[in-house]
Design a protein around this ligand. Sequence first.
Ligand code: NAD
Length: 340
Amino acid sequence: MAHRVTLIPGDGIGPELAEASRRVLDASGIAFEWEVVDAGEGVMAEYGTPLPEHVLESVRRNKVALKGPITTPVGSGFRSVNVALRQELGLYANLRPARSMAGVVSRYDDVDLVIVRENTEDLYAGIEHMVGPDAAESIKIITRAASERIARFAFDYAVANGRRKVTAVHKANIMKLSDGLFLESCRTVAADFDGKVEFEDRIVDNMCMQLVQKPELYDVLVLPNLYGDIVSDLAAGLVGGLGVAPGANIGTEAAVFEPVHGSAPKYAGLDKANPTAMILSGALMLRHLGHPAEADGLETALRAVVAEGVATTYDLGGSAGTAAFADAIIERLAAVSAAR
Ligand code: NAD
């Protein structure tokens, strides 16, 4: 039976990346029925909002969405569609794998990290105010419920994906109450996985240094919102940057898979943008839907094309456009599937 998935193409380079990703996923051996819905600036005039209710309804109904990047106006204008989606759908876990790829220029060749970021609280709860004219205060919220939930997500992910270790990242030496509670919650959950998944913790500043010096020592990292935001970009930098960084936002009722990069307006419609991050997000979606073999196949095909560096986009050293890059992956997928 085909999986019914909401496809939000997005804007800027989003539509061409979405089309390339959809074609590659359709060649993965798993059947999809795509429900295409639009969000962002283009629908403002018609619906008065960048995130119309029928888009949310579609994701709620299908429980899974693949999404292209959406432009957020700076300063004034509507709030980020991405943030709104996370809040409306309760997508509490941000999952960002960072794995080295042959053919992608970076300082390391053996990084294989998975960053699990808490998506709902911490300093991102948005509770800020001025204290008189010359001081401002932001409130950091950490709860046991959200911390245990994200820790459990990280451990469950580790078990489901054959990962050996979870590292909790914090600053509990200074923020003894808030980060202390996060760490304590991680320890509580870790006890349930004793003997199955290793557990350790690191102070966030030391973690950053260690990731730069010896990233191969780490496996799954679980972090509160702010550190997760920063460290996941650091991890993306270790493996070659935004063009190859996939992501997912996952909740109990729905999951949205999307590249980490933005809508790169200057490349919109030019058939130049690199579809790797969105295709890898599609591979994450395949795993989420219970198809690890097909996800592996898709990643193997993509990696082979990237390693050759010929039928890739310009940023990966090739001379192909977005669509031709996707064609090369599809061709390779046929060979990978036949060999399985
Ligand atoms: P960006 O990721 O769009 O671009 C940063 C740089 O990377 C640019 O030089 C761009 O050309 C390049 N780049 C990004 N993706 C690429 C790809 N797939 N192939 C080749 N080159 C690529 O970041 P930005 O310029 O800060 O943001 C542009 C818009 O995207 C903004 O409106 C921002 O709010 C939005 N945005 C959306 C999301 C999302 O929808 N999840 C995420 C980040 C930014």
